[in-house]
Design a protein around this ligand. Sequence first.
Ligand code: GDP
Ligand code: GDP
Length: 440
Amino acid sequence: MNPVIALVGRPNVGKSTLFNRLTRSRDALVADFAGLTRDRKYGEGKVGGKPYIVIDTGGISGDENGIDSAMAGQSLLAIEEADIVLFLVDGRAGLTVADQMIAQHLREKGKDAWLIVNKTDGADPDVIVAEFYALGMERSPIAIAAAHGRNVTAMIQHILEPFPEPNEEEDELHDQLKHKGVRIGVIGRPNVGKSTLVNRILGEERVVVYDQPGTTRDAISIPFERDGQEYTLIDTAGIRRRKNVTEIAEKFSIIKTLEAVRECNVAVMVIDARTGIVEQDLHLLDFVLQSGRALVIAVNKWDGLDVDVKDKIKEDVDRRLGFVNYADVHFISALHGTGVGHLYKSINNAFKSAMSHWQTNRLTTILEDVVKEHQPPIVRGRRIKLRYAHQGGKNPPIIVVHGSQTDSIPESYKRYLTNTFRKVLKVKGTPIRFEFRSGH
Ligand code: GDP
Ligand code: GDP
């Protein structure tokens, strides 16, 4: 698993500026879990062939209430999940009491933190960092200017030095062993019934390999077979860990959820019918949507509910989950096994759609029909032209459309295009992405 870097520090020292720099790569998977985790933000980046995950912890104010109350929350969790802590201070503002309190706290936690002095532009970095030695950190401070990108890459390279570069060949072999067949990620808030569902699924099927140590943070992969089809369950709930009473209290890990979504082909999002759809469910679903993974929704604990409660939930699903309306919704009871078998049909269909391969000819023919039916508008005296289309990726399927003035295609036309392609290609259970290229 990639190293996890947490950015901590009081507000305004430049954490989000640095976060943005570190996650700038084109396909950075950025999850904004506002609400779910207050201000925590997760992103991915890569430097010198080494991928990493960054968490922006939001601010630790260190006000008169003391650091403990502030840090006891999300920042602390993020720090615990992290392999590397970057403790940011503001070189312009100079050393503050709040900085001292944060330093003290990190020392108490025994966290190996790097002191990063930001905003060292426009002055001699050596002079600016001098006063921060007073924080008594083990390592010398590193001067950067996040806003200008100065020393940022070198700094990250330096702190990632002890972490090995991933070995692509080995990883691929590992992936092949670990990820057989359709990779299913079971995700959802704590207590919605994920482990019950995972146990139910595995209890019914032949588990091919079961024993896999995994660290507490890693999601565990469990291959199994059903009707001759191979699957791998990526379990975030930790069915094995659950057996250990002392670890029942293990916290809901967003890193684990992120990993599971990234590693899966199809996410099975579990929602608790007893609590109904809550804000956190919407954040997680939005994250899955952004990730482009295929999706099946399982509304769990459907047993023993009154008819009017059931009706209300169904209505809620229709009304609030419209933004992921490509996903099949199942009403199940993981506890009793009702409806669980039906999930497979949706999972298989979603997988098939997500992994489809379409010929350029076929896509271009559909595009021509789409344009014939409704021409794109005229912009600056010239009609937008859409000439041909080819496939640019899988899981999610990406369709690249070439033409002229494609920057000016209105949203409504893009929607029309998407809907038509989706219908003609019979794409189910997965988002479908369009990229537009103009030129030559
Ligand atoms: P956060 O609250 O710690 O996330 O801080 P922000 O990233 O929002 O930055 C706070 C302010 O400091 C913003 O106005 C940034 O533009 C500014 N800032 C960030 N990095 C630098 C830097 O390297 N140099 C200077 N001069 N300003 C910076
Ligand atoms: P997780 O935290 O998402 O893994 O949730 P668990 O699988 O540990 O389930 C949380 C609680 O919900 C447990 O007490 C389960 O017995 C209960 N539960 C799970 N699935 C169902 C279900 O289908 N119906 C009912 N009534 N309870 C369930």
